[in-house]
Design a protein around this ligand. Structure first.
Ligand code: ATP
Ligand code: MG
Length: 355
């Protein structure tokens, strides 16, 4: 059985990269598989505790963005992570499954911790274990994310594989396994956790910063000019695209010509993703033209595509009662899936159950 899990951190400033690389791609999956979309608030405190009320507002804002983008609370489960205890509990067990060496290789930790690694929270270091728990607390099989999450998803598979192996006998004795879909001599016949498939595809798996074509667009980038926020109005969008860093050459007529030009490549990629066309289609139209002609066309397209969503987000944010109802219902449905899975996991690990 296929089950999708994905999430966004409520760290403010939801941007075009989050939309094109993640949320917009979730929408069609709702009609193909069981879908669970989480606002991962436990992750949002790894880089520091926000001031009072900020986390609550940001959680509602991400929820509003999900709904405005077309996630349907009837088809999908929408909830915030801290309401379902199983995430934290499974993360603790995975802290004891994952190896320090595995986490030491994670590039996101190095980027986020920066030079002052000694002062990063232990939570930031263990973040990928919590992400593995988010996914595996539902035994999810598919995870649609942006390209930056690829390494974390590989770690999730490593954790699942080690758990399946280390507890192979226990899983079999308790009769809790499912036949391993990819049998091999080193892997037990019966496994508990699936090896999750990453879904990283399309023209917008990694939208870059508007200020620096080598850095990804991020919520946590201190420069607001680096990203197009989903909340930006038409004027702000036009200003940011106008100021976006580029080189001085005209656009090429073939995608090969974008290779050594990260900023040009990024803007063409954004245009392609927003219009649902390929980069070559865009170059067929704009090849040979200057950025002074391309940028206004890109602004118009971005405004046209984003403004209905922005409007709907504002409407939803005006009435948090509706959002909170969606999250409450979602948390109940999510718990109903995760609770029995954690009950299994406790038994597999060997905790004494006296209740
Ligand atoms: P932060 O800086 O707080 O980590 P973020 O912008 O990286 O924020 P996340 O909440 O960490 O956002 O990620 C949510 C989803 O958006 C993930 O699936 C991630 O892969 C995707 N994503 C984030 N940034 C981009 C980007 N620049 N291009 C495409 N997808 C992205
Ligand atoms: Mg991130």
């Amino acid at each position: 059985q296929n089950r999708v899990f994905s999430g966004v951190q409520p760290t403010g400033n939801l941007h075009l990269g989050n939309y094109l690389g993640a949320v917009s791609r979730w929408v069609p999956l709702q009609d193909q598989m069981e879908t669970i979309f989480c606002v991962v608030d436990l992750h949002a405190i790894t880089a520091g505790f926000p001031e009072s009320g900020v986390l609550r507002d940001a959680t509602r804002e991400v929820t509003a963005a999900y709904i405005a983008a077309g996630i349907d609370a009837k088809k999908s489960i929408i909830f915030n992570q801290s309401q379902v205890r199983e995430h934290a509990e499974l993360a603790w067990i995975f802290n004891c499954v994952a190896r320090m060496g595995w986490l030491n290789r994670m590039t996101q930790f190095k980027e986020k911790a920066g030079k002052n690694r000694e002062n990063a929270s232990a939570g930031l270091f263990a973040y990928p274990n919590l992400m593995a728990a988010d996914i595996l607390a539902y035994r999810a099989t598919h995870v649609p994310v942006g390209d930056d999450q690829k390494q974390h998803l590989e770690l999730t598979r490593d954790i699942a594989a080690k758990f399946n192996n280390d507890f192979g006998a226990s899983i079999k004795d308790l009769g809790l396994g499912v036949p391993n879909p990819t049998p091999s001599p080193e892997v037990p016949e019966q496994v508990y956790f699936p090896l999750t498939e990453p879904m990283i595809a399309g023209p917008a798996t990694r939208i870059m910063s508007l200020r620096d074509g080598t850095k990804k667009m991020s919520k946590s980038d201190p420069s607001d000019l680096s990203r197009i926020n989903l909340r930006d109005d038409a004027e702000a969008i036009a200003k940011k695209i106008k100021k976006a860093k580029t080189d001085a050459d005209a656009l090429p007529s073939e995608t090969d010509g974008l290779k050594e030009r990260p900023e040009a490549d990024n803007l063409v990629g954004i245009y392609a993703a927003l219009s649902g066309k390929s980069k070559q289609d865009i170059l067929d139209d704009f090849g040979g033209q200057q950025f002074s002609a391309f940028k206004p066309a890109l602004s118009d397209l971005a405004v046209e595509k984003l403004s209905p969503m922005t409007g709907e987000m504002r409407r939803l944010m005006d009435d948090p009662v509706e959002i909170d109802k969606v999250l409450k219902d979602g948390a109940e449905r999510a718990s109903a899936i995760a609770e029995p899975i954690l009950k299994d996991v406790r038994a597999i690990v060997g905790f004494l159950d006296v209740r």
